[in-house]
Design a protein around this ligand. Sequence first.
Ligand code: CO
Length: 151
Amino acid sequence: MQHQPGSAPPVQMGQTVRMLLTEIDHVAIAVRDLEAAIDYYQRAFGATVDHREVVESDGVEEALLKVAESYVQLLTPTRDDSPVAKAIEKRGEGLHHIGYRVADCAEALAAMVAAGATPIDAAPRPGSRGTTVAFMHPKGSFGTLIELVQE
Ligand code: CO
């Protein structure tokens, strides 16, 4: 695209967006048996559950194990039609998504869309433990389901 004199200069990818990620919020692991997974992390690492919650809207129950300022999130479906149930059915247990902590979920969502990401959530919505979140489709994000998390 030719730069027209008098108009705004073309956006340089990666140069105009300041760093928006403040922390890895959580790494989410989909499991069939939440109790067994918690027990395993306790026996293997001495990890304890910092927070536990059923998120009805997503059809999941999660257990958060704190690691420094981040979490390992063990995630299990609470019903057969939940996205996590479908993921386990399709790919088995394992890494499900990564949660990137940001100061402003709406701002980060807009920046990701501008960079070519495909949003699953068109606008920020409530997540677990009082957070505000937005999910982005793996397609367009190098095969990784990304969750933006604002505390
Ligand atoms: Co998550």
